[in-house]
Design a protein around this ligand. Sequence first.
Ligand code: GDG
Length: 460
Amino acid sequence: MSRLIVVSNRVNPPSEAGVGTSGGLAMALAAALREDRGIWFGWSGQTTESFTGQLSMQKVGGVTVALMDLDEQDRQEYYNGYANKTLWPLFHYRVDLAAYERSFSEGYQRVNVRFAETLLPLIEPDDLIWVQDYHLIPLASELRRRGVKNRIGFFLHIPWPARGIFTTLPRHEELARTLFDYDLVGFQTEDFRDAFADYVAHEGGGGVLGEEATAFGVTTRIGAFPIGIDYAEFVASIDSPQAEAAHARILASANGRKLIVGVDRLDYSKGLEDRFLAYEQFLADNPDQLERVFLLQIATPSRDEVDAYQDIRASLEAVTGRINGEYSTMDWVPIRYVHRSHRRDELAGVYRAADVGLVTPLRDGMNLVAKEFVAAQDGEDPGVLILSRFAGAADQMTEALIVNPFSREEVAEAIRQALAMPLEERVRRWRALSEGVRRDDVVAWREGFVARLEASRSDV
Ligand code: GDG
């Protein structure tokens, strides 16, 4: 079997002790890399005064990790710039927030060249190369330009937007063209794959036939590979002392009140402000529920060097303060807003304690929190998942209460319905959901993608 090289912007394999803090994606990729003596290559997260191109190789949790530093200008133009101020907002339909600055696209290109040149000496003829996410779309082109003939796959973790949105990107054809230097391009859902196919047909002078996409005179293979969580690891973490402690602490502080939980990176795509307003609507519509329920929102700090993230933080704090000011009583606060990161196993305990999981992003590639929430429930007395139709996860998780996150009325009504749902219906919905989350886990995702990539050379 070929060796696997995973390339991503940041590299975060689980450390020996790390079940508590590392993510499911890291766990699943690490397992593959350990099995196949692979390499995980990416940016260290550190910057130096000028770029050195030096590689630091280390073994972390049995995985060979190859890290390079970038320089400060790279961080500003590539990471904070093109990745997080141009592509992220655009691919999440926030054209109003997308910044088009020439220095950003130059920085993006420069860093992709740096990735290619630094990675090049590590590549052996039979390696499979798997590039992750929107930071590195042009990487295959830069590798091909340097003579790399290996099979290279790409997986987009975020949505592929509708054609009318993507075409607002200056020089969008150039970016789209670089995807055709991959042997396989994976999307989270059929919808995103179809949006890409639509773009290709209208803007690339090509079309899609089955799994083959042709545009700009080149053919590649495309497919939907919905990502999952590391189900086994996540379920096991519920029995950890940290999860049990978090669970007990919340139940004690809930004082018999029902718990609605949200866990998200503090990001405008996650729809937190709309969520809070919908919850306020629920309180206004259902006065009998006052003091009987509370919303715990964990908003993990994220990208705080970017203005839009500082703005969303300020406006959320204002909305929380206003709602709490209006509704709180001496011993009840309707929203507990926690702007802090937590251990992964603590989060498992938090989900487990909840009666309702409120997952209402305005746009999301997949949304793993929805899957974690389901995995963490007690099957005898499960909580109810409310899920945005604009999360990729809604495609698979049809037994959730699916809502339009832009409609306060609809989300407020779903909260009411979830809190009132009889045990039998909760169990029935949860069984269907948890079966899917267990089966379509992150290992299935990784194996499905890698197998398709291995096969791709011979048949395109
Ligand atoms: C992107 C796409 C796609 C959250 N707070 C803490 C913490 N988390 C963990 C959650 C979950 C993960 O982070 C978040 O994953 P999501 O899928 O919800 O969202 P993004 O970060 O936006 O991820 C998304 C994903 O890529 C995978 O393809 O699903 O659509 O946007 O696992 O539990 N983990 C720890 N501490 C925290 O405070 N340890």
